[in-house]
Ligand binder design. Structure first.
Ligand SMILES: NC(=O)c1ccc[n+]([C@@H]2O[C@H](COP(=O)([O-])OP(=O)(O)OC[C@H]3O[C@@H](n4cnc5c(N)ncnc54)[C@H](OP(=O)(O)O)[C@@H]3O)[C@@H](O)[C@H]2O)c1
Length: 270
């Protein structure tokens, strides 16, 4: 049996990862589902149990270090160890820096606590168990963690931070046999941008990005699971994402124009 902890499992990519892992591994999967919305977690757990998986729901706010430690302790207490940790919980934000009032800048820190520190605290607590199982760590970063995206100074900063943290950790864990897979999704069809902060630190209620070519949540989850199970270092999604990464070295101005073109016209910097 494989015990897999998934943060941000109440909706979107994390919930779909849980469902697909349950469908693939059935009775061999023990899924520990974490997020703040317990009712939504229970609904995902019911779907996973329908495939035969065992589940444990742990209400967790990953922006709180003690709750991250408690999540890992609960997983170990219930299932005796951890084979994989998928750091997926995350929040988005859309605002030009000049639109953010000085008194509202604190949400930049809140975003960092969720996206970076939540991953750091969960990973730190899980590390001895993952070393014991020679397991897997997944970090769900973003293409915005490889290329700076306008209107996303806060979000890009958190995702670049994740990129650096997990790249360094990967090397630290090489000898221990623990793989670290960083996933870089592009635009995926979830509610994340609608829930993300606006300049005032409130739910934006709308997306600032063009969503026409959004990847399905099913495809994104499948690519992340495949990357984890084959111990890939990185999963860079979309052809544009793969190309942009190399183009940034050769022609950074072209990549900047592509990043600007991803924004809806009314949120572009004037
Ligand atoms: N969708 C995209 O286009 C896209 C692109 C690139 C990267 N990503 C990344 O993919 C990950 C998943 O995003 P998604 O699109 O699936 O978003 P989503 O549908 O909004 O789901 C986000 C998940 O994170 C959880 N979460 C948010 N804040 C949390 C907190 N403080 N503590 C614990 N859980 C928290 C949410 O649950 P609760 O509200 O119940 O806590 C929810 O389960 C994120 O890290 C995101 O940055 C997404």
């Amino acid at each position: 049996m494989k015990t897999i902890v998934i943060t941000g499992a109440s909706d979107g990519i994390g919930a779909e990862i849980a469902r697909q892992l349950a469908a693939r591994h059935k009775q061999d999967a023990a899924l520990v589902l974490a997020a703040r919305n317990e009712a939504a977690l229970q609904a995902v757990a019911t779907q996973c149990r329908g495939h035969g998986a065992q589940t444990l729901v742990v209400r967790t706010d990953v922006s709180d270090a003690a709750q991250c430690r408690a999540l890992i302790a609960a997983a170990v207490a219930q299932f005796g160890g951890i084979d994989a940790l998928i750091n997926n919980a995350g929040m988005s934000a859309q605002a030009l820096l000049e639109e953010v009032k000085a008194e509202d800048l604190a949400w930049y820190e809140d975003l960092m606590r969720i996206n970076l520190w939540g991953s750091v605290w969960c990973t730190h607590a899980a590390l001895p168990h993952l070393k014991a199982s020679r397991g897997h760590i997944v970090a769900v970063s973003s293409l915005a963690g490889l290329v700076g995206v306008p209107g996303r100074t806060a979000y890009s900063a958190t995702k670049f931070a994740m990129t650096g943290f997990f790249e360094a950790l990967r090397v630290e864990l090489k000898q221990a046999g623990v793989s670290v897979t960083t996933a870089y999704p592009g635009v995926v069809a979830t509610q994340i941008r609608y829930r993300g902060y606006n300049a005032a630190g409130q739910a934006a209620g709308r997306s600032g990005l063009k969503e026409d070519d959004a990847m399905s949540v099913e495809e994104c989850a499948r690519l992340i699971i495949d990357g984890m199970q084959s111990r890939q270092r990185e999963v860079v999604m979309t052809a544009k994402g793969k190309l942009g990464r190399w183009l940034k070295l050769l022609a950074p101005g072209v990549v900047e124009n592509l990043a600007l073109a991803a924004l809806k016209d009314d949120v572009k910097p004037k």
